[in-house]
Design a protein around this ligand. Structure first.
Ligand SMILES: [Fe+2]
Length: 470
């Protein structure tokens, strides 16, 4: 695409594509398991217009596109469209970018004033028969799962008070309720956090607000008003976990203090393994992983020195301590995945992406942190050895989704888009379907997507039965 800067945010795998398209029949190598019948929705940031100012955070500000890889009776098709956010529509009408720095409205063009800044580019959330494209700095946009047209901004029928909704909701596999939150719930750099529950029919059942100890990942508004960065990472800050009874009042919230300076984007799971004792498993690093946030913070950390690990924090509500007990349970990595049925419950295993320690040569450059993962891991918490699937040089993984199997005892399937670099700006892409309990065997099927793709953020698998029920 013309006019974009020649920087890592906009080149090679991160080159803007900016094209809506459909591929009716994808080439399939191998055989698609019978359970893999449904649609893999993916959120793909893709800036439609070149930026008018320099912004390292631009990697997180790409206009949200939603893609659907549909699999039915062993055949596959693909479609991708922009989410028609207020922001995208305004920029499309103007024919140029109107919004400035990541999460800083003070850098916008005058025409953008008062418009919704969110780009709906992080997770396609499926709940109660609705597909919601989310980003944590705004409310979600509802998209029609059949044709990917945007229905509009979604506020749970006018009930939601929070101005923001996380891209990381949790759905109880038994009650089908959705547990969600929004931070900076009443505006820029606020400490207000909303905690809300949506029932299985999709009705907002309860919304409560509380104050966080500080604007987490947030900083003072004066800096932002001066055109600065929204986030800085302060190594001297404590980390905190707030614990509230699932159906309780936020006035009963208790705060537990973790180590200083750490950063976490994604948790694998959290559960009670004994009465009033919580195990909280998260992909933790010793410093914020985003290079642009490190730069804004005056930190200069080599990629190998971020101190990443999968770490369990044990939180005891009985022993009178407000601390956590840290246990390292896995290597550095991110994009943890567990079966939907294990959410919030004691579990035996999970999967995540990591860097292959035996890889010859550098990882594929791309994605928001500038380097893509090239190892899929199955971690076992019952004492069994980890399983791995490493990719050949020049290949990388996007975050997998899990599809349960019908056969009892079978661990199901992982679906992940694998990018393969064939030249400085040339890539091919395929969906790999992998036996989740036998990573070493490699993919049982590969589905080629014969068009350039930008890296996804998160995805969501929706079975054909769930789609048909809407
Ligand atoms: Fe995320």
């Amino acid at each position: 695409m013309q006019g974009f800067p020649n920087s890592p945010e906009y080149t090679a795998l991160n080159s803007p594509i900016g094209e809506e398209y459909e591929l009716k029949s994808l080439a399939v190598e191998g055989s698609i398991p019978v359970e893999v019948e449904g649609t893999f929705f993916r959120a793909v940031p893709d800036p439609a217009f070149p930026p008018f100012m320099e912004d390292g955070g631009a990697v997180l500000s790409g206009d949200g596109m939603v893609s659907a890889l549909r699999i039915a009776r062993g055949k596959a098709s693909f479609a991708i469209r922009y989410v028609q956010t207020e922001r995208h529509k305004a920029e499309a009408a103007a024919g140029r970018a109107l919004f400035g720095k990541y999460r800083n409205p003070f850098t916008d063009k005058p025409e953008a004033r008062g418009l919704d800044r969110t780009v709906a580019n992080t997770t396609p959330v499926w709940h109660a028969g609705r597909l919601l494209l989310t980003k944590e700095d705004g409310r979600p946009y509802r998209v029609d799962p059949r044709n990917l047209t945007t229905i509009g901004r979604y506020d749970f029928g006018g009930k939601l008070k929070s101005a923001t909704v996380t891209a990381h909701v949790r759905i109880d596999p038994q009650t089908r309720e959705m547990f969600s939150f929004g931070y900076e719930a009443d505006g820029l750099a606020s400490t207000k956090v909303a905690y809300f529950i949506v029932d299985k029919q999709g009705n907002l059942a309860r919304e409560q607000w509380f104050d966080a100890p500080y604007c987490a990942m947030m900083h003072d508004s004066a800096r932002v008003k001066a055109g600065g960065d929204h986030w800085v990472h302060e190594m001297s800050r404590d980390s905190w976990v707030g614990v509230v009874p699932r159906y309780g009042n936020v006035s009963d919230m208790r705060w537990f203090r973790g180590p200083k300076g750490v950063s976490c984007y994604h948790m694998m799971n959290a559960f009670e393994d004994a009465p009033r004792r919580i195990q909280f498993d998260q992909c933790l690093s010793g410093v914020n992983a985003f290079p642009f946030i490190q730069r804004a913070s005056g930190l200069n950390v080599a990629p190998g020195d971020t101190g990443g690990r999968l770490e369990r924090w044990t939180i005891d509500l009985e022993n009178g301590s407000n601390g956590v007990v840290e246990t390292v349970i896995g290597p550095p990595g991110d994009f943890p995945v567990i079966p939907a049925a294990s959410q919030g419950r004691p579990y035996t295993h999970g999967w995540m992406l990591a860097m292959n320690p035996d890889m010859q040569g550098p990882p594929v450059a791309g994605g928001p942190v500038g380097a893509m993962f090239n190892l899929l891991l199955r971690l076992d918490f019952t004492g069994k050895q980890p399983q791995t699937l490493g990719l050949p040089p020049g290949h990388c993984f996007n975050e997998p989704v899990h599809v349960p199997a019908l056969k009892p005892g079978h661990e199901g399937w992982l679906l992940a888009v694998v990018d393969r670099q064939t030249g400085p700006s040339d890539f091919t892409h395929a969906l790999w379907i992998i036996d989740a309990g036998n990573l070493r065997a490699g993919p049982v099927a590969k589905i080629s997507i014969a068009h350039r793709l930008r890296p996804q953020v998160h995805g969501w698998w929706v079975s054909a039965a769930e789609l048909a029920a809407t």
